[in-house]
Ligand binder design. Structure first.
Ligand code: MG
Length: 161
């Protein structure tokens, strides 16, 4: 039997902004500032969405959901991930697993990662044990270290059904 596996990578950066909610992995996180963006600025879901799209060479989040489209103003980013998953499934694949690294100085997201995994697992209709979310600081270096923003890297592997 030939197993058809594909891997995609995703990366996203958003700046912190006053007066916004901090949404990561579809979960609201207690913090004194949120992330700037056209949508809800969920950099984690954006990176995962791009990883899914990349796995089957389906373009990127910007081509599917332009950030000048008024329909996506303050949009719930779970919509983007749902759509990317539909595209993957329509091509006869499903998501086998996802690995995510969130780079941020503050706040600690470990109390929220299980909830994020469950949220993503529901959207993708796969087990939460197939989703990994890790976090790291950048030892106070760079824009992440100065708490100007966060960046997220994601890898997704998809398999043909
Ligand atoms: Mg983004």
């Amino acid at each position: 039997m030939i197993i058809d596996l594909r891997t995609g990578i995703g990366f996203d950066v958003h700046a912190f902004a006053e007066g916004r909610k901090l949404i990561l992995g579809g979960i609201e996180i207690k913090h004194d500032k949120g992330l700037a963006g056209h949508s809800d600025a969920d950099a984690l879901l954006h990176a995962v969405t791009d990883a899914l799209l990349g796995s089957l060479s389906l373009g990127d989040i910007g081509t599917h959901f332009p950030d000048d489209d008024p329909r996506y103003k303050n949009a719930d980013s779970t919509v983007f991930l749902k759509k990317a998953n539909e595209l993957v499934r329509n091509r006869g694949f499903y998501v086998n697993n996802i690995d995510v690294v969130v780079m941020l100085q503050q706040p600690k997201i470990s109390p929220y990662t299980q909830k994020m995994k469950e949220k993503i697992s529901k959207i993708l209709d796969i087990g939460a044990d197939r989703i990994s979310i890790k976090a790291t600081t950048t030892e106070k270096l760079g824009f992440v270290g100065r708490e100007e923003g966060i960046s997220v890297m994601a890898v997704a592997t998809v398999v043909r059904k």
